[in-house]
Ligand binder design. Structure first.
Ligand SMILES: Cc1cc2nc3c(=O)[nH]c(=O)nc-3n(C[C@H](O)[C@H](O)[C@H](O)COP(=O)(O)O)c2cc1C
Length: 420
């Protein structure tokens, strides 16, 4: 057991006051892109997890999905204009009362109108009156996304504190592929959930580039076998998701995880420790912070058999000769790509957890080391974690047993503190 109790996150939960249930109020803005149908899935995620959702589509969005669908799924009235139910002053009230506004998909046109403060429909009025966190999930063709006008509008919105999730790369409206696809609604929901949980309107990692490694490396012996470890990658993915929800540009170097890409995160897939090192050094070159959450094999087989190693009935198996893998955390810590870059390592220990952690922190030369106790049924693959974050300045921050995202939030709090 690791010591200490430290409350890390004020959960946004449904508050019950007497007979009334106070649900978090979400405005789901939907603009006129082909991905509008995916917003139905996002809407369901919100309603099924106890949120009160008011859908505010643009007039163009209704060409793709009709008002009846939004109204039936949300249980709330739907309007695109400021002229309906004027006695309730919806052009002001909807934004004022929201706990979160998310626009998904956000078209190039809606991003432009939002960036320029136009108020020519109910959605843009709502964006001007909202004082809660605002998330945009743009989706459009690559050319539209890359156009300097769109990029400047995105930069303006981010500067003002909105979270603009980077579009995913993949199949677009027609046969073409590229950057501009709406991320998976489940992943957009995860970003929104974290933004709501933090409840702050100013994302503290905005303008920062952070690099996270996740998963476990596999060191091949032959075309079918490898030496690997039990790391699932869930802690690294939680770190990537929480950083994106706090406004950072995130590069996730993922080793053998099989997990879905987090929304708005650049994912680089790798297999071995050598590949992971290469990807980390490249991404770290302009990073403000690097978090090494991946379980990297210390050793790899000295030789790789190009054909499957055969079992021979009359012979004992040949011993496997191992060679050392590069120590990526020590290397990144020693050769920081820029002054003030914050480096975080993870140490999975089975015994003498804190003492071993302190020794490792000194040896690696990083700023923070997240030390957790692992075992066959502990931490690996689980949704939860428990750790102590050791600081090179002698600090010790215990994080009690809880979701991996809670530990991730503490890590970013400590990183953010060091960055400022
Ligand atoms: C079939 C079709 C698909 C479209 N898909 C997109 C899209 O994915 N992203 C986008 O920015 N615009 C897209 N557009 C263009 C927008 O619908 C158009 O710019 C519209 O004025 C957007 O209005 P709104 O931002 O008020 O919803 C599409 C248009 C059509 C006809």
């Amino acid at each position: 057991m690791l010591p200490g109790l430290w409350c890390v996150m004020e959960p946004y939960v449904i508050r019950v006051r007497g007979d009334t249930v106070d649900k978090p109020r979400v405005v789901l803005g939907v603009s006129g892109g082909i991905a509008a149908y995916k917003a139905c899935e996002l809407l369901r995620r919100f309603t099924e997890s106890g949120h009160d959702v008011r859908v505010v589509p643009t007039a163009s969005a209704l060409h793709f999905v009709g008002a009846a669908t939004w109204s039936a799924l949300s249980g709330n009235p739907v309007s695109t204009e400021v002229w309906d139910d004027v006695h309730e002053v919806p052009h002001v009230r909807i934004g004022q009362h929201a706990d979160l506004v998310v626009v998904a998909p956000a078209t190039a046109d809606t991003l432009a109108r939002a960036a320029h403060g136009l108020a020519d429909d109910l959605l843009t009025n709502t964006l001007l009156t909202a004082r809660c966190p605002v998330v945009f999930a743009p989706a459009m063709h690559t050319e539209m996304w890359e156009h300097p006008a769109t990029q400047e509008n995105v930069a303006t919105l981010r500067r003002r504190g909105a979270i603009v999730i980077e579009p995913a790369v993949g199949r677009l409206t027609g046969v073409d592929t590229g950057k501009g696809r709406l991320p998976d609604p489940v992943e957009i929901f995860e970003v929104c959930r974290r933004v709501l949980a933090r409840g702050v309107t100013e994302p503290d990692l905005k303008g920062r580039h952070v690099v996270v490694s996740a998963g476990g490396t596999r060191e091949p012996l032959d075309p079918v076998r490898f030496l690997g470890n039990r790391s699932s990658g869930k802690q690294g993915y939680a770190l990537a998701r929480t950083a994106a929800a706090r406004g950072a540009r995130v590069t996730l170097v993922a080793a053998n995880t099989g997990l879905p890409d987090p929304a708005g995160v650049d994912v680089v897939q790798v297999g071995t420790a050598v590949q992971l090192r290469e990807a980390m050094l490249k991404a770290a070159a302009d990073a403000d912070a690097v978090v090494m959450a991946a379980a990297v094999a210390d050793f790899r087989p000295a030789a790789y058999a190009s054909g499957k190693i055969k079992k021979k009935d009359d012979q004992d198996p040949a011993p496997i000769v191992l060679v050392r893998n590069p120590d990526i955390l020590a290397e990144i810590s020693a050769d920081r790509a820029r002054p003030g870059q914050v480096i975080v390592g993870f140490a999975a220990e089975t015994d003498d957890v804190l003492a071993n952690g302190r020794v490792k922190l000194a040896r690696k030369g990083c700023d923070l080391l997240v030390v957790n106790e692992v075992g066959e049924r502990k931490t690996f693959g689980s949704e939860e974690n428990e750790a102590v974050v050791l600081g090179a300045d002698g600090s010790e921050t215990p994080v009690p047993h809880g979701p991996k995202e809670a530990l991730a939030e503490v890590v970013w709090d400590l990183v953010g503190h060091r960055l400022t």
